[in-house]
Design a protein around this ligand. Sequence first.
Ligand SMILES: [Cu+2]
Length: 142
Amino acid sequence: MRLPPFPLALLLALGACKSGPPVASATLGDLRITEGFAFRPITPASGAAYFRVRNTGATADTLLEASSPITKGGMFHGGDMAHVDVIALPPGGELWLKPGGTHLMLTDYDPRPEAGDSLPVTLRFAHAGSVTLRLPVRRYNE
Ligand SMILES: [Cu+2]
């Protein structure tokens, strides 16, 4: 039996949505964003994402929020998992979210990304505005 063309096209579209080419860096005004990635969530309930932001300008900025279209929530956590409301980026300053330290915690993934997928994440800054990355997804602790 042949598959009708419509569901096949839909399936291909969904696949492309989950695994388009990753975008781990971006320039947004004076901000240089690099080294973005996410771990594949152990469960769909929550998973961490990481990136580095350098403010090369003379104006202070603040990272206000981060969100993904495939998660319900997004919040910043310190290395002790304590909630961090916003993150300051003074002129010449840097914030580097990495495993064991401050991270972006995304919650309620649907669908849960696989290793090799890219995870769309939008960062919103008070001064520079918003940018969307497609974080490469790695197997946990890889
Ligand atoms: Cu956390």
